[in-house]
Design a protein around this ligand. Structure first.
Ligand SMILES: *Cc1c(COP(=O)(O)O)cnc(C)c1O
Length: 365
């Protein structure tokens, strides 16, 4: 049997009529950038997340970039984040001439360890970017408390966690701003790139609207340096249709994770749901001391796996200028050697899930 890691065609087939309808509407409207579809989707996301403002942007990366600009991160500032995340989280900090300062992760959740944050704070520290990795939110109470104590801004990287919650509060609704990605493999995926900034702060919202529009509040009047970071109408239309199905898909991800947990907990270290709230399983990431051997075995039997992430950010050549080295973030380093992800997408067939379990059991026999 050949199992896909993620099959977006299955999802499209299940909602084809609705999608085709709105795509046709956009194509026939002649309105391809901005307009009603984008505005409606922004309203629907704001309502879904429970925030005052949601601003569509061209990617999750641009959501992070615009948010950092909006809270005033500048040349020479320091921004605290996790070394165990996708490069974009820290890349945007460097892009603005500021410095990413890493804090090691919690061994159980893979999210930033709040106990280690305070000793990295100094007079240059401007913000913290907690990443809600794989679908589970970071320890937001502790993070917000530290941020409050030192007057720091908090930008949630919720690229993998739309629909997740922490003690009843939604991802993107707790920090000063929250960033979503609609990259196709995220839980709410576009037919291309897309992203969103969520915030309750009127000034942050205004600034994000301006910077993603070449620094202008009205056309051809540029008050500051910005960039082209808009969300396309066609993506907004597709995403708005998909948003109606998101909670159903999340439920299936959770069911898949429970099925895997029950069948694999004796063989692998299955994900630990530590936070009181909803884990949305953008990835089902497990640990094994025999990772490389096991993934090779699975791959050769038609079961694809992925490694998020094989190299922590502090060891990436693009961040060599930060002066970090091997051993600086031991937990992130250890996890990166043992972690791998199994297919978890909502449309997995029961026989595919059974085959995955059987094959893993066979390996450990
Ligand atoms: C996907 C992702 C991003 C970037 O989103 P894009 O839409 O691909 O630009 C940022 N942070 C994390 C944690 C991600 O998973």
């Amino acid at each position: 049997m050949q199992v896909p890691f993620l099959d977006l065609k299955r999802q499209y087939q299940s909602i084809k009529e609705e999608i085709d309808q709105v795509v046709r509407e956009v194509v026939e409207s002649g309105r391809y950038i901005g307009g009603e579809k984008v505005e409606n989707f922004e309203k629907d996301i704001a309502h879904y997340v429970g925030v005052k403002h949601a601003i569509g942007v061209s990617s999750g990366t641009d959501a992070l970039l615009a948010s950092l600009m909006a809270v005033g991160v500048n040349q020479g500032d320091e921004v605290i984040t996790s070394p165990f995340t996708f490069i974009a989280t820290a890349e945007v900090v460097s892009f603005l001439g500021a410095k990413p300062v890493f804090v090691d992760i919690d061994e159980e959740t893979f999210n930033i360890n709040p106990d280690l944050i305070e000793k990295k704070i100094n007079s240059k520290t401007k913000a913290i970017i907690p990443v809600h990795l794989f679908g589970q939110m970071a320890e937001m109470d502790s993070i917000m408390e530290i941020a409050g104590k030192y007057g720091l801004k908090v930008i949630e990287d919720a690229a993998q966690s739309i629909g997740a919650s922490y003690k009843g509060r939604a991802a993107c609704s707790i920090g000063d701003a929250g960033c979503l990605s609609f990259f196709p493999s995220k839980n709410l995926g576009a037919f291309g790139d897309g992203g969103m900034v969520c915030t309750n702060d009127d000034t942050i919202a205004d600034t994000v609207r301006q910077v993603k529009e070449h620094g202008s509040a009205s056309r051809y009047h540029h008050t500051r340096i910005g960039f082209n970071g808009r969300l396309d109408a066609i993506q907004a239309a597709v995403l708005d249709v998909k948003l109606r199905h998101l909670d159903g898909w999340t439920k299936k991800r959770i069911e898949n994770s429970e099925y895997y947990n029950n069948n694999l907990k004796e063989l692998l270290r299955v994900p630990i749901k530590k936070v009181d709230g909803i884990h949305v399983y953008n990835q089902y990431s497990v640990l094994s001391d025999r990772r490389d051997e096991l993934t090779k075995y699975l791959n050769s039997r038609g079961i694809p796996t992925a490694i998020y992430y094989p190299i922590p950010l502090h060891l990436q050549p693009s961040f060599s200028n930060l002066g970090n080295g091997e051993g600086d973030y031991p937990v992130a380093e250890k996890i990166s050697k043992k972690v791998f992800s199994l297919p978890i997408f909502p449309e997995l067939y029961p026989e595919e899930k059974e085959y995955i379990i059987e094959t893993i059991r066979e390996f450990f026999k």
